[in-house]
Design a protein around this ligand. Structure first.
Ligand SMILES: Cc1cc2nc3c(=O)[nH]c(=O)nc-3n(C[C@H](O)[C@H](O)[C@H](O)COP(=O)(O)OP(=O)(O)OC[C@H]3O[C@@H](n4cnc5c(N)ncnc54)[C@H](O)[C@@H]3O)c2cc1C
Length: 335
C-alpha cells in the first residue's frame, strides 16, 4: 500500500477545499472500510485522505445526527450502520431500514461503516477489483463479466457494464422515499435519493452523480403515510458475513385490506437500486391476498436479460418480492 497522509480538517469548507486541491481530487474517509480496502488491493493510491470524523462538533453536527423530524427521520451521513440498526424509537413503518442495517456485512464492519460511505462504496465486481485486469470501469475496452464469470452480476438494466449496486441501505431508503442533502460548489441541494445513482450507460467511472469534492450531508425520510409498512428480504449463500445474491425492500400503504401505495425496490440485480414499477402499479388499488401476490411477483423481472450464469436471480427475486408482500401486508403464506 502506498504511504498516504491523513488530513484532519475541522470545517466543511476546509474539507471540501482540500478534497479539491490540485493536481488530483482526494477522497473523503468516513468508516474507511471500502476506501482502505481498495487502497490495500492497490486499486486506489491517493496521496491524502480527508478524514470526515475530524469535523468539529458544530461543523459535523448534521452529518452525525440521527434524529426524529415531524413524523420522519433525519440520518446524518456519518451515522454508523450499527447505530442505525439499534436506534431507539425508529417508527415501525421504517422497519425495512432497520432490518437492512442489521443484516449488512458483519457486526464489526457495521460499527465503523457509515451511511454515506455505504451508499457510495464501489461495486464488488471481481473484474473491477482485480488489480491485473482492465474492465470498462477501470479503463479497459469491454465488460469482462458479460462473457465471463457472471453469476453475481446484473439481470436488469445492465450494459455496457453489468455491475450490481452494492449498498444494502440503498433499497430500503429508496423504498421509503428518502431524500439526500449534498454540499457542493453551489451550496446545498436536496434530491430524491434514487437520483443520486448513475447507471453505467450514463457514467462509467463512478456509480453516483456527485461532482468531485461534493459531500453527502444527510438523508431525510418523510413522515410515513398512515398505514405504511415496510420490510426487507434478502437471499445470501450464507446467513452472515456475506453479500446478498438478491434483495428487495418495499413499502406499502394499506387501508383496511386495500393497497393504496407501493414502492418496490430490488437490490443486487441491477447497477442501481431498481424500482419494480410494474409490481407497484399492479398492487395499487387491489385487495391484499395471496392470489394477488402470486400474480404480481413475476412482474418484478419485467425486462430482465440474464447473462449465462445468473438466470437463477429471476426466480429468486420474484420469490423475495412475494415473501416481502406477504409479510408487509400480514397475509399468511399458503401451505
Ligand atoms: C466482508 C464484508 C462484507 C460486506 N457486506 C456488505 C453488505 O452485505 N452490504 C453492504 O451494503 N455492504 C457490505 N460491505 C461493505 C461495507 O458495508 C462498506 O464498505 C461500508 O459500508 C462503506 O462505508 P464507509 O463509511 O466505511 O465508507 P468509506 O470506505 O469511508 O467511503 C466509501 C466511499 O464513499 C466516500 N464517502 C464516504 N462518506 C462520504 C460523504 N459523507 N460524502 C461524500 N463522499 C463520501 C468516500 O470518499 C469513498 O469514496 C461488506 C464489506 C466487507 C469487508
Amino acid at each position: 500500500m502506498r504511504p498516504f497522509s491523513l488530513i484532519r480538517p475541522t470545517t466543511l469548507a476546509a474539507a471540501r477545499a482540500r478534497a479539491l486541491a490540485e493536481p488530483q481530487a482526494r477522497p473523503f474517509r468516513a468508516g474507511g472500510i471500502d476506501l482502505l480496502g481498495l487502497m490495500k488491493e492497490g486499486l486506489r493510491a491517493p496521496a491524502e485522505l480527508i478524514e470526515l470524523h475530524a469535523l468539529s462538533a458544530t461543523e459535523g453536527a448534521e452529518m452525525r445526527a440521527l434524529a426524529a423530524t415531524e413524523g420522519g427521520l433525519r440520518v446524518g451521513a456519518l451515522v454508523s450502520l450499527a447505530a442505525l440498526a439499534r436506534a431507539k424509537g425508529l417508527p415501525p413503518s421504517f422497519e425495512a431500514l432497520r432490518e437492512a442495517a442489521s443484516s449488512a456485512a458483519t457486526p464489526a464492519i457495521r460499527e465503523a461503516a457509515t451511511v454515506g460511505g455505504n451508499l457510495l462504496q464501489r461495486p464488488r465486481c471481481w473484474y473491477l477489483r482485480h488489480p491485473d485486469l482492465e474492465c470498462l470501469k477501470s479503463g479497459g475496452a469491454s465488460c469482462l463479466a458479460e462473457g465471463g464469470e457472471n453469476r453475481l452480476h446484473a439481470i436488469l438494466g445492465g450494459g455496457p457494464c453489468y455491475i450490481v449496486h452494492p449498498s444494502t441501505l440503498a433499497a430500503p431508503l429508496v423504498a421509503l422515499a428518502a431524500t439526500v442533502t449534498i454540499l457542493g460548489g453551489g451550496g446545498r441541494r436536496t434530491l430524491p435519493l434514487e437520483e443520486l445513482f448513475a447507471p453505467p450507460r450514463e457514467r462509467i467511472d463512478a456509480e453516483h452523480r456527485l461532482a468531485a469534492g461534493e459531500l453527502l450531508l444527510a438523508l431525510e425520510l418523510p413522515a410515513p403515510a398512515p398505514g405504511l409498512r415496510s420490510v426487507y428480504e434478502v437471499a445470501k449463500e450464507k446467513l452472515s458475513h456475506d453479500w446478498p445474491l438478491a434483495e428487495v425492500a418495499l413499502s406499502v400503504v394499506v387501508e383496511g385490506q386495500t393497497i393504496r401505495g407501493a414502492r418496490v425496490v430490488l437490490g443486487h440485480v441491477a447497477p442501481i437500486p431498481w424500482r419494480a414499477l410494474a409490481v407497484e402499479q399492479a398492487l395499487v388499488g387491489q385487495v391484499a391476498s395471496a392470489e394477488l401476490f402470486a400474480r404480481v411477483a413475476p412482474l418484478a423481472s419485467v425486462g430482465a436479460r440474464p447473462l449465462a450464469q445468473n438466470g437463477y436471480k429471476v426466480a429468486l427475486t420474484q420469490g423475495l418480492v412475494r415473501a416481502a408482500l406477504h409479510r408487509a401486508c400480514d397475509v399468511p403464506i399458503p401451505e
